[in-house]
Design a binder for this molecule. Sequence first.
Ligand code: OAD
Length: 225
Amino acid sequence: MNIVVFTGAGISAESGIQTFRDTNGLWNNHSVEEVATPAGFKKNPELVLNFYNERRRDLLKVKPNNAHFALAELENKFDVHIITQNVDDLHERAGSTKVLHLHGELLKMRSTGDSSLILPITEDIKVGDKCPKGFQLRPHIVWFTEQVPNMGTAHEITESADIFIVVGTSLKVYPAATLLESVTFQKPIYFIDPNATKIDGIPNVKYIKKKASTGVTELVNKLMK
Ligand code: OAD
């Protein structure tokens, strides 16, 4: 039995990581164009690097919550794939072994001159920090207007799902949100989010309007029985 879980910022909210579009979310206090686009990075690299440096520092202060741990526990009984829009490493720290990041990872950086040159980073990245080939380093994050390289793999994984679980996402960002269209007809879908709204055109969705720590734990307990 394959379980595929698609997560967004809401799963990490109770760990203390800010979401993007909730009240006080990151995109209420920062301009997407300025901090999360290639054009913004070209215009003001320091602002962009500092934005992600701050995110990285925040990430290193927090821990996975019960929702991350419950999903890791599912692996004791099922083949579990996590597809996440999150750039944190909280699924990995909780023990999930198959995690696909759609929008990159805060704890990695890459060369602006060679996108295959990806390196680990826990410190700040500064203007003037160069890769071994001499190019400026940037966060390993997918910015708006950039391709999402893992999207094809994510659709393939989704097609194999016997159960598809969506947690803590506004489903407002494309192409990530198109994943639901790849769930095989009549396979059950669970959507856990306190603000879950009806997903048009997708049948078989069970809406669980709860916070991730409660909703995911309850669902995992049910599936493990
Ligand atoms: P959003 O900020 O758009 O949505 C967060 C969702 O989490 C909302 O639906 C909330 O209702 C829900 N939520 C809040 N607290 C929760 C909790 N305790 N438990 C469960 N759900 C909770 O974040 P995403 O949908 O993840 O991309 O955003 C998608 C992408 O937009 C991000 O990956 C990022 C952003 O721009 C890039 O930066 C490329």
